[in-house]
Ligand binder design. Sequence first.
Ligand SMILES: NC(=O)c1ccc[n+]([C@@H]2O[C@H](COP(=O)([O-])OP(=O)(O)OC[C@H]3O[C@@H](n4cnc5c(N)ncnc54)[C@H](O)[C@@H]3O)[C@@H](O)[C@H]2O)c1
Ligand SMILES: [Fe+2]
Length: 396
Amino acid sequence: MSHFLSPKKILFGKNMLRRLGAELEGRGQKAALITDKNMVKLSGELVETVKNAGYEVKIWDGAEPEPSTAGAIEASKLLKEFKPQLVIGFGGGSVLDTAKAAWVLYENAEIAPDEITSVNVKTKLNPQKKARFMTVPTTSGTGSDVTWAIVLAEAAEHRKVGFANTEIVPDITLLVPEFTAGMPRALTASTGLDVLGHALDGYTARQQTDFSDGLCLQAMKLAFEWLPRACADGDDLTAREKMQNAATIAGLGFGNSNTSLCHALAHTLGATFNIPHGRSVGITLPYSLEYIASNPPIEGAPDPVERLSTAARFAGIKDESDQEATKKLIQKLRDLAKETGEPLSLKEAGITEQQMNDNLDTLVALASKDVNMYSSPCECKDEKLRQLFQDVWAGK
Ligand SMILES: NC(=O)c1ccc[n+]([C@@H]2O[C@H](COP(=O)([O-])OP(=O)(O)OC[C@H]3O[C@@H](n4cnc5c(N)ncnc54)[C@H](O)[C@@H]3O)[C@@H](O)[C@H]2O)c1
Ligand SMILES: [Fe+2]
C-alpha cells in the first residue's frame, strides 16, 4: 500500500450535531438518507438538522443486516430519481455499506447495478461527484464510515463479497456518541470485538505501513480500555465516545493496511451460519492470531510475533519474552470476550458438530478464496485451514 486515504473531514466531539448545519449550508438543496427500519426511528434530530441547513430530505429505510446487492440496487433507484447533492448513510456497517454501494451506482450510471460487486481497485469510477457522501455510524465496530471498501452478501451463492476502490471513501464522517447509546449489550460487545479484529488484523497484515500502524495500535488500546465500560453501562457517554473513536480510528488503520486471516475466517462463518459480523470476528480473532504466531511468516511479511508482542506491550502487558507477551495478548482478548458475554468458540455460539461437519468443505473452499486471505502474514490453506476451522469450532 503506498497511499493513505481518509474522508476529507471527520467531525467528532461534543455537540457535533449542532455544528453540522454550518458544514452543510449552501452546498445543495436535496439530501437522501439511507438507513434501516430500526435507525429511522432515531433519525429525527439528524433529519431536522439537514432540513434546517436548507435541504429537502428523502428517506430510504430498507437496508438489511448482512446487506445484499439487491438492497443497494433498490436504494440506488431512489438516488437516481431524486438526484440529491448529499447522500447520508445513517446506521451500522450494514447500512453504511448499502449506502456506499447505492452512492457508487448513482455516481456511475454506466455500471450495471447487478455488477456492483465487480467494482475493484482498477475500476475507473467517476471522480466528478453528483453528491457529497456523509457517513453517520450508529454502531462502534466496522469502521465502514471511513473505509473505501464495501462488503455485500450475494445471497444466491451464500457468500460475502468485499470490494474496494479509492473513489469509495466518504467525504464526511459524523461521529455522535449519543447515536450509539441505544445499542443493546450484545451488539456493543460484538461490534467492539470487531474493532479489535480490525486493529490486530490491520497491524499484522502484509500490507501494514508506518501510517496504518499507529492507528491500529491506538484503536486496540482504546477498545481494551473502554469496551468493558460501554458494555457494563450503555449510558456511559464517555465510554460510548471512546468506543466510537476506536472504531473509526481502527477503520482508518485497517482501511490503509488490510484485514487479514481473522476476517477471512469470519466472513466465511458469517455467510455460512448467519452469525453477525462482529460475533464471528470475536470468535475467530484469538485462533487466527495463535495461528500466525505459531507458523512461519511468508517471505517479506511482517513477523507476527514481533508485531503482536509490540501490540501487547502497547496494551500494557509487561513481559520479557515476545512469545509470552503474545500469548498474554491473546489471553487478554479471550478474557474480554468472556467478560462481555461473547462466545469463545463456534460450539459456544450454538453451531452443532453435525452442522460443522456438513459445512467444513465449503468453509475451507470459501475462506481460501476470501480476499483477506492474501493479507495474512502466514500461509493458511488445505489441511491447516481445515484444522483451524475445527479448532475454532471446538474451542481448542
Ligand atoms: N465496509 C467495510 O469496511 C466493513 C468493515 C467491517 C464490516 N463491514 C460489514 O458491516 C456489517 C456489520 O455491521 P455492524 O456490525 O455495524 O452491524 P449492523 O449494521 O448489521 O447492525 C446490526 C443490527 O443493529 C441495529 N443497530 C444499529 N445501530 C444501532 C443502535 N445504535 N441501537 C440499536 N440498534 C442498532 C441495526 O438496525 C441492525 O438490526 C457486516 O455486513 C460487515 O460485513 C464492513
Ligand atoms: Fe470487521
